[in-house]
Structure formats: structure tokens, C-alpha cells
Design a protein around this ligand. Structure first.
Ligand code: ARG
Length: 459
């Protein structure tokens, strides 16, 4: 027999290359806290099943706390043969209390243990991500309130479309992040379900009270099928998909700001703290923070597809392929926490240039307003759109703006054009006509700010 926890039926030792590939301790040591809390709760429930005495359980819990302290102080010594966090903690417990440690794992398998630990970990990670998203949303909301007067061109297809408030643009991103937050709440529920007590796959034969165990660990519910429970990684897949989508939202914001910070636009200036220079061109200041965010979004989706590829084709219950789940989960979490912080910092410190934003507008962007003018005079919209299009063509032919065309020319296109047409050449008025809920008018932007503030405050 070999020394391994599972070594009873083995005579020869593991090939050292397999030993290395099989080992996950360098990654899953991040689960030390969850692994210890899970073991403590399991030892308490074993008392009810009379598999441990109260004293034995107390001793186990006390020493597990000591082991936790070693991890926290970075004093835990990982030894050869510590395959993963579960074997490492158990090996250490045995060193501290001898044979009593050997009683703890009864009825439990690393299959239900690892996924319980993972769910506990992700449950906590979700809370951290929610806070970071809220910090970003708050940064955007604060700016929007301060800068509600700034107007700029809005784009579709990256072509000048209609004037909008800068705050309306900023808030468009805040709403995406709010929807990411809402999804987190749903994910918290699906994650917070306890698989412990499923054993390797068949269940637990010692009549442990799983509901009580779940309550002890703060789980809202328990899994109902042990075979499903040990092989289920849906909640991680969901998390990775969520990360990809959140990454895409971050990337969209980043891309907008990268474009707006180019000298051709010059709407915003990214602060020195979130830019870098060039080793060759002295004048350069690059928005690296935003480019990193944009780039990381791609790798988040890469991690998501990695897990999907791992899951596809696996037979039921636990298979070692699943060990890969934590690598992608941790990596997505680390990348997202970093990018969310960078995004908040970049948005908070950037400078917006109101004059350039306004100068980028021209009256051709009010061609829609010209059509709406005719609609207000009773012209059906399709005809009005057509006539306004003719106005645009006429101005283009003369190489002038539509606002520069003489009234007679306008009237030759539609008799409904009158003296009061000059009133439409006003960006503020144009923006303020979007009074319907959700539009870019001041009152609607204020409503968005109020709604988001109330939401931030309530949770
Ligand atoms: N380190 C393993 C993982 O992360 C733990 C479960 C191992 N179970 C087993 N039967 N080999 O997936």
C-alpha cells in the first residue's frame, strides 16, 4: 500500500509526471477557508449520527481553525503528495491530532467535498463582484449628474446620428452593469445549493441531516440527486457566461472611450494614471487601461468556452476532467476584479472636453428634426422623411449645411416649410424633445440618475 489517502489498493507509486499533472494544490489552495468550514460543519453533523463524539468534533474544529490560521499567515507547508486542498488539510489534521482525523471523512468523498467548497467560494466571490460593479455604476452616476449639461454627437454604425447628452451616453453603460448585477442575484441563488452528503455518487449511508448541515453552512437549499450533484458544474458555466457578458459590457465602454480619446474625436482625455507612453514616440499617451479591459473580455469568453468543451462529452457524475473548472473560475474572477477596478478608476479620472463634444455637432445631425418639423405641420412621417432627405441632398449638392439653405429652396421641396424653421437649429431644443421615458432629455436623464441612486442605496 502507498501512503496516499487512497493508497490502500496500490502497490506501486504514481509516475512522477502523472503526480505533477494530477496535482491541483497550487490552484485549489485558494479554497482553504471553504474546505475547512465545510469539514468543521461535517464533523458537527457526524456527532448527531454518533460517528464522532462531541469531544472529537470539538477537537477537530479547533485544530482545523489552527490549520486555517496557518494558511492565513502563509505558514502552511505544502508537502509532496498533497494532491489537492482536501488531502493537504486532512494530512495536516492527522499530523496534529492523529487517528481522530481519520474519522472525519466517513461517508464523504472528495467528489461532494470539492463541489461544496467551490459553491461556498463562488457564493462569496459573487458578493465581491457585486460590490465592484456597484462602485463602477456609482462612479458613472456621479459623473452623469455633474455633467448633465454636456451634449455630444450620438452615433449609430459609428456615423453621426443625433445629438445626445454625454450623461445619457455614460448612463447607457451603467444600465448594462446594473443588469449584470441583477443576474448576479439569480446566480447567487443557483450557486447557494449544498451537494455535501452526496458521497462519491450514491449518497450518504449514515443518516446525516443534510438540511441541518446546509443551514450550518448557510446554504439555502440542498441538491436532491447525489449523482447529479457530484457532476454538476452548471453554476460555474453560468458564472463564466456571466463573466463573458460582463466583459463584453466593459469592453464596449472601453472601446467607446478609446475612440473618444483619439485626437480625431478628442472628447475625453484619459488621465495619466490610467495611460502609458511609448518607448519610441515621445508624444504618445495610450489608453492602455481601456485596451487591457477590451482584451481581457476576449479571454473571459475563452475561459467560458474552455469549461463548455470540458463538460461536453463527459459521462455522468465525477470525472477528473472537472478539476479544470477551478482554474477557469479563479482566472475569470481575478481578471474581472482587476478590470472592474481599472474601469472605475479610468472613468472617475478621465477629463471630458465639453467644447470639443459640442463642436463635433453640426446641423446636418438635425435632419431628423427637419422631418419632425414637417410632421408637426401635419405631414405624414414617411413623406416628411422623404422631403427632409431631399433637403439633405440639396445641401450636399451645394456643399453647405442643411441649415444654410435659403427658405425658398426649402419651400421648393415642401410648401410646409415656414419662417419658424430657424427655431429647429438648436441642439438643446433637439435633445429636449425626447421627453418620452428613456430618452435623452434632461428630465429623463435625471430620472435615470434617481432610479440608479435609489437602487444603489437600497441594496
Ligand atoms: N482535486 C479534485 C478536483 O478538484 C478533487 C476531487 C477528486 N476526486 C476524485 N475522485 N479524484 O476535482
Amino acid at each position: 500500500a502507498t501512503q496516499k489517502l487512497w493508497g490502500g489498493r496500490f502497490t506501486n507509486s504514481t509516475d512522477h509526471l502523472l503526480e505533477k499533472l494530477n496535482s491541483s494544490i497550487h490552484l485549489d489552495k485558494r479554497l482553504y477557508n471553504e474546505d475547512i468550514e465545510g469539514s468543521k460543519a461535517y464533523s458537527r453533523i457526524l456527532v448527531s449520527s454518533k460517528l464522532l463524539s462531541q469531544e472529537e468534533s470539538d477537537l477537530i474544529c479547533e485544530r482545523l481553525d489552527k490549520i486555517k490560521a496557518e494558511w492565513m499567515k502563509n505558514e502552511f507547508v505544502i508537502k509532496d503528495g498533497d494532491e489537492d486542498i482536501h488531502t493537504a488539510n486532512e494530512r495536516r489534521l492527522k499530523e496534529l491530532i492523529g487517528d481522530v482525523a481519520a474519522k472525519l471523512h466517513v461517508g464523504r468523498s472528495r467528489n461532494d467535498q470539492v463541489i461544496t467548497d467551490t459553491r461556498l467560494w463562488l457564493r462569496n466571490a459573487i458578493g465581491i463582484l457585486e460590490q465592484l460593479l456597484k462602485q463602477l455604476i456609482k462612479t458613472i452616476v456621479d459623473r452623469s449628474f455633474e455633467e448633465i449639461n454636456i451634449i455630444m454627437p450620438g452615433y449609430t454604425h459609428l456615423q453621426r446620428a443625433q445629438p445626445v447628452r454625454w450623461a445619457h451616453f455614460l448612463l447607457s453603460h451603467a444600465w448594462n452593469f446594473k443588469s449584470d448585477c441583477d443576474k448576479l442575484q439569480h446566480m447567487y441563488k443557483t450557486t447557494n445549493v449544498m451537494p455535501l452528503g452526496s458521497g462519491a455518487l450514491a449518497g450518504n449511508p449514515f443518516y446525516i441531516d443534510r438540511i441541518k448541515l446546509a443551514q450550518d453552512l448557510g446554504f439555502e437549499a440542498i441538491t436532491q440527486n447525489s449523482m447529479q450533484a457530484v457532476g454538476d458544474r452548471d453554476f460555474i458555466a453560468e458564472f463564466l457566461f456571466w463573466s463573458s457578458l460582463t466583459g463584453i459590457h466593459l469592453s464596449r465602454l472601453a472601446e467607446d472611450l478609446i475612440i473618444f480619446s483619439s485626437k480625431e474625436f478628442n472628447f475625453v482625455e484619459i488621465s495619466d494614471s490610467f495611460s502609458t507612453g511609448s518607448s519610441l514616440m515621445p508624444q504618445k499617451r495610450n489608453a492602455d487601461s481601456l485596451e487591457l479591459i477590451r482584451g481581457i473580455a476576449g479571454s473571459l469568453f475563452g475561459q467560458c468556452s474552455t469549461l463548455m468543451m470540458t463538460l461536453k462529452g463527459l459521462p455522468s457524475t465525477y470525472n477528473k476532467d472537472l478539476q479544470n473548472d477551478k482554474d477557469v473560475m479563479f482566472s475569470c474572477f481575478d481578471k474581472l476584479t482587476a478590470t472592474l477596478n481599472i474601469a472605475s478608476g479610468t472613468v472617475k479620472t478621465l477629463k471630458v472636453n465639453p467644447i470639443n463634444c459640442k463642436n463635433a455637432l453640426n446641423f446636418d445631425m438635425l435632419a431628423t428634426d427637419l422631418a419632425y418639423y414637417l410632421v408637426h405641420k401635419g405631414v405624414p412621417f414617411r413623406l416628411a422623411h422623404h422631403d427632409a432627405g431631399k433637403v439633405v441632398a440639396e445641401a450636399e449638392k451645394r456643399n453647405i449645411l442643411i441649415s444654410e439653405l435659403p427658405l425658398e429652396v426649402l419651400q421648393s421641396i415642401s410648401k410646409h416649410f415656414k419662417e419658424d424653421i430657424t427655431e429647429i437649429w438648436n441642439y438643446e431644443n433637439s435633445i429636449e424633445q425626447y421627453q418620452t421615458m428613456g430618452g435623452t432629455s434632461r428630465s429623463n436623464v435625471m430620472t435615470q440618475i434617481d432610479l440608479l441612486k435609489k437602487w444603489l442605496f437600497a441594496c
